[in-house]
Design a protein around this ligand. Structure first.
Ligand SMILES: [Zn+2]
Length: 181
């Protein structure tokens, strides 16, 4: 198992990260599409399901799937952390901390569905910050505040400084490693 993680953060980091980022981008695009449907097209929020949600409405309304995605995000960010060094590691850690809280919120929503009762006497499953902010905006916000530090981390990961590049064990850097060339 440890050698599997070593490979994921070494020779497989580039390919594995690319796959992960495609999933992240697709999910992010869905949230943007949903916001567009509500704010620009003025659809009622319960009908605005992004792109996939138009074809599969149950996707949007399934709390399990939302929780599953939040878990995959958390596991993915955590799994790929060791491959990040220097400034990229700092920003990847920021994304990890924020995603951890986002995942707690989803766990709360999920447990309310399982328990068949809601927090705070609300009519629908409710997360903590949702007491103050509407759900669509809140999850768009969460996905943004996780997405932005991930993008900054990816930038520094793809364009490391010479000392950072010397520490990297993966092939992600787009610049030739000065230390090895
Ligand atoms: Zn890498």
């Amino acid at each position: 198992m440890s050698s599997f993680f070593a490979k994921l953060n070494g020779p497989w980091h580039e390919r594995a990260l690319q796959t992960f980022m495609i999933i992240v981008l697709a999910h992010w695009a869905e949230h943007l599409a949903q916001a567009y449907q509500v704010y620009v097209l003025a659809w009622p929020p319960h009908r605005a399901g992004g792109v996939l949600g138009q074809m599969f409405p149950w996707l949007v309304h399934s709390e399990v799937l939302h929780y599953g995605y939040a878990l995959i995000m958390l596991a993915g960010i955590w799994t790929f952390l060791p491959g990040f060094v220097g400034r990229s590691r700092t920003w990847w850690l920021v994304a990890l901390v924020i995603q951890f809280w986002h995942h707690i919120e989803h766990a709360l929503l999920q447990s309310q569905v399982i328990a068949g009762r809601t927090l705070f006497g609300a009519p629908v499953p409710t997360s903590i910050l949702q007491l103050w902010f509407p759900r669509l905006e809140l999850h768009l916000f969460y996905n943004t505040v996780v997405f932005v530090p991930m993008m900054v981390a990816m930038y520094y990961h793809l364009f490391p400084s010479a000392p950072e590049a010397a520490e990297m064990r993966c092939s992600c850097a787009l610049r030739a490693h000065p230390a090895t060339s």
